[in-house]
Design a protein around this ligand. Structure first.
Ligand code: HEC
Ligand code: HEC
Ligand code: HEC
Ligand code: HEC
Ligand code: HEC
Ligand code: HEC
Ligand code: HEC
Ligand code: HEC
Length: 526
């Protein structure tokens, strides 16, 4: 009976929703630049549902959210680098993920304290942190080669003594006692942990084209791994044994755009680890004597524990979105280094053949991608995309670029359907072929993530292209001149894109960029 009543209520709501949409479609102007007095979507929804229009941060429950007004974050912090005027961070993102630049100490507790006093108070204030710290090597006392004398590394060693001037430690603080690890960590090139924040977030369209609250997650993954050391040695235990396990990398190296974690676990390496890993002694160095199969850290950091994870691997190719033959003779030294990594457990011939098979699987995946782009660029040149870039909201550059071509601003929204399909093809599927092949995830190369899903995408792209062309032929035949609908340019969400807010002079000189010798990203041409 209750279930029936519930279903009935849901039907009623859906019915009202359809009615509302009909009214809205006919009577409501979606153009944000239109007459201020025109009723908003919320006003119309309110007149149908009887629920008052109100701010979305009031605590009110809004039925399907239809009469709520977007209020935005209460407080934001400025962006960084030469594009800092175009985007912003949420306070939590900036303060804890780039603490050296943004953290502001809490002011509630006054005084300077000795390490024992920190422990005393925090045993009550944050008991679990104290338990974790006590389990760490830091609490036992010791000396690294960078320290002058043995000491217990207490709360104050990382956070400071003055409770109104607390520090959230970034890698600079850890580096005082662990110089080598920090030096490795910051030596990676483009695409490395070292640049995850200062190039890929602060200068990248996916972050700066959207409102800060929508892309706070970018700065979390990228900030933790770039600016801090507890991405792989979680606080406050800071264990090597933990960092050697794939799970630690898997927090970030997962998901549709970089599924190394999933691929690893779909390989024999991952399966054997699942079966036996709990019986291994993870405090041991990563050598073939100590481990039966390799983990992420084993392959990418090696026996020497190199904290530049690119040291063995990278012929940098933007996550696999750019094409390069990593087995080409000019990269022989790197390839040989890889074969050596495998050699503790496999024959060099087996390893070399496996890696060169991966190269071939990648080559063929790009033929499909080029076939797709060829079709889309053809439509673009003939003005047949619906919408064309000029019919969209401005991208973050303030202009209108085709997102697929070099010089365009890559993006997931504010594009035509067919461009979005192509973005998925390159960001999700081309990269999946690469990552699955090099991590020996047999099914993911073909059926599950790579080649065959890519087939479907190519068909979808062709099918959409075919429709666009046929409609255009019909329109020409009957003499209709189609103008793209305004909803491509405007809408409650679309109007929040940073392209709309972009002002003259917002981009600062290159000297504002903070990433050493690496070249700054330039703005694409409009
Ligand atoms: C008198 C009790 C007391 C002592 C002593 C004390 N703390 Fe705290 N600490 C607190 C309280 C309470 C909070 C939470 C304050 C807040 O939320 O603003 C806190 C918060 C913190 C935070 C988190 C700040 C943030 O922004 O998230 C850190 C880090 C910290 N303390 C470190 C220390 C260190 C290091 C010492 C010793 C030098 C120390 N505390 C000594 C009571 C104390
Ligand atoms: C080896 C360095 C180190 C030591 C020692 C250390 N911390 Fe931390 N602590 C960190 C790091 C790293 C973070 C995360 C920084 C960030 O979020 O930017 C952190 C964050 C915190 C936070 C705020 C984040 C949260 O999870 O609430 C508190 C509170 C804190 N530490 C308390 C303590 C206390 C209490 C001690 C002593 C028992 C201590 N820390 C010892 C490195 C340390
Ligand atoms: C004041 C010096 C000091 C600072 C600052 C410091 N450490 Fe340590 N660290 C040590 C000492 C001492 C040891 C123990 C060395 C030993 O026993 O060989 C250690 C050990 C470690 C280990 C090895 C633990 C294991 O399982 O073997 C890791 C990982 C580590 N620190 C990470 C960090 C990180 C991350 C930070 C910053 C958040 C940091 N340390 C800050 C002094 C420091
Ligand atoms: C907190 C998130 C996070 C963790 C944990 C993490 N990474 Fe990364 N990693 C990243 C990000 C983000 C990038 C991309 C940086 C960029 O593009 O500038 C990256 C880049 C890399 C690269 C270079 C990619 C390239 O294209 O050159 C390698 C290799 C890598 N990580 C391996 C690892 C391994 C192995 C682990 C675990 C031992 C690990 N990472 C843990 C976030 C993380
Ligand atoms: C990508 C993951 C990752 C990040 C980020 C990371 N570590 Fe490590 N760290 C590891 C792994 C894995 C080991 C174990 C290496 C081995 O087996 O030799 C390790 C080992 C260590 C050790 C012990 C070295 C020894 O030989 O006793 C220290 C100290 C350390 N890390 C400090 C740091 C510091 C400082 C930072 C930040 C600059 C950092 N780590 C960031 C993965 C990471
Ligand atoms: C058997 C060794 C092995 C293991 C285990 C392994 N990888 Fe890899 N990984 C490779 C090889 C080989 C490549 C291709 C490297 C090349 O030639 O650029 C690669 C590429 C990568 C890349 C792209 C780097 C680049 O240079 O473009 C990332 C990121 C990555 N792996 C992360 C991980 C993560 C995270 C794990 C664990 C979940 C992992 N890998 C496990 C061997 C391994
Ligand atoms: C779950 C953690 C995570 C989140 C969330 C995340 N990234 Fe990444 N990002 C990564 C990892 C891991 C890599 C490296 C993958 C590789 O090299 O294979 C990466 C790579 C990149 C790259 C490098 C691409 C290239 O050309 O080399 C850019 C740019 C980037 N991310 C931007 C962003 C932006 C902007 C966001 C938010 C919209 C975001 N990321 C969200 C983990 C994350
Ligand atoms: C620490 C040991 C170890 C290392 C290092 C290692 N592997 Fe493996 N690998 C294994 C074991 C054990 C198996 C499971 C063997 C089986 O299937 O009978 C395996 C399985 C495989 C398989 C699937 C089995 C098959 O016959 O197709 C491939 C492919 C593979 N490894 C490639 C590599 C490559 C390439 C490298 C280096 C980049 C590498 N492995 C590094 C231990 C290792």
């Amino acid at each position: 009976m209750i279930q029936f009543a519930r279903r009935y209520a849901i039907c009623a709501v859906i019915f009202a929703l359809v009615a509302a949409c009909t009214v809205i479609m006919t009577g409501f102007n979606t153009n944000a630049n239109a007459d201020e007095a025109a009723p908003t979507f919320q006003d119309v929804a309110s007149s149908i549902f009887g629920q008052a229009v109100g701010p979305d941060d009031s605590g009110e429950v809004y039925v399907f959210g239809l009469t709520a007004k977007y209020t935005g974050p209460d407080e934001v912090m400025p962006g960084e680098g030469k594009f800092k005027n175009i985007f912003y961070f949420l306070p939590v993102t900036a303060m804890y993920y780039d603490p050296a630049h943004y953290y502001v100490s809490t002011q509630k507790v006054e005084g300077e304290f000795k390490p024992e006093e920190c422990i005393l108070c925090h045993s009550i204030q944050t008991p679990r942190i104290v338990v974790d710290w006590k389990a760490s090597k830091h609490s036992k006392g010791g000396k690294t080669s960078d320290m002058s004398e043995e000491q217990v590394v207490g709360c104050d060693a990382c956070h400071g003594n003055n409770h109104q001037e607390l520090v959230m430690p970034d890698h600079g603080v850890c580096g005082q006692c662990h110089k080598q690890q920090r030096a490795d960590h910051i030596t990676g090139g483009l695409g490395s942990h070292a640049h995850a924040w200062h190039i890929e977030v602060n200068e990248f369209a996916w972050q700066i084209g959207k409102p800060g609250e929508e892309v706070a997650s970018c700065a979390q993954c990228h900030g933790i791994v770039s600016n801090r050391c507890d991405g792989c040695h979680t606080r406050h235990q800071f264990k090597q044994s933990e960092a050697r396990k794939p799970e630690t990398c898997g927090v970030c190296h997962m998901g549709v755009d970089h599924a190394e974690y999933e691929f690893y676990y779909n390989s024999y390496h991952g399966k054997i680890l699942m079966m036996e890993g709990d019986t291994w002694d993870w405090d041991q160095k990563m050598t073939p004597k100590n481990y039966r199969v390799p983990t992420c850290a084993y392959c990418h950091m090696g026996e020497e524990g190199n904290h530049n994870t690119q040291a063995v691997s990278t012929v940098y190719n933007h996550m696999g979105m750019f094409q390069v033959d990593k087995g080409a003779p000019r990269y022989k030294a790197k390839r040989d280094a890889w074969i050596k990594r495998c050699q503790g457990c496999h024959s060099p011939r087996f390893a070399a053949e496996q890696l060169s098979a991966a190269d071939e699987q990648i080559h063929i995946s790009f033929t499909k991608w080029r076939e797709a782009v060829n079709i889309i660029v053809g439509l673009y040149l003939e003005g047949l995309l619906d919408p064309m870039p000029a019919d969209l909201a401005p991208d973050w550059t303030g202009g209108h670029t085709l997102c697929l071509l070099p010089g365009g601003s890559p993006r997931f929204y504010n594009v035509s359907d067919i461009e979005r399909m192509a973005i998925e093809m390159i960001v999700y599927q081309v990269t999946a072929v690469y990552k699955a092949a090099f991590h020996f995830a047999i099914d993911d190369v073909s059926y599950n993530a790579g080649a065959f899903p890519m087939d479907r995408k190519l068909i979808e792209i062709k099918s959409e292209a075919s429709k666009l062309r046929r409609i255009s032929t019909l329109e020409k035949e009957v003499g209709i001149e189609h103008k793209a609908y305004d909803f491509w340019k405007h809408g409650e969400y679309t109007d929040l894109l940073t392209g709309w807010k972009r002002k003259e002079g917002d981009v600062l000189p290159k000297s504002e960029c903070r990433h050493g010798d690496h070249p700054c990203f330039d703005e694409p041409e409009h």
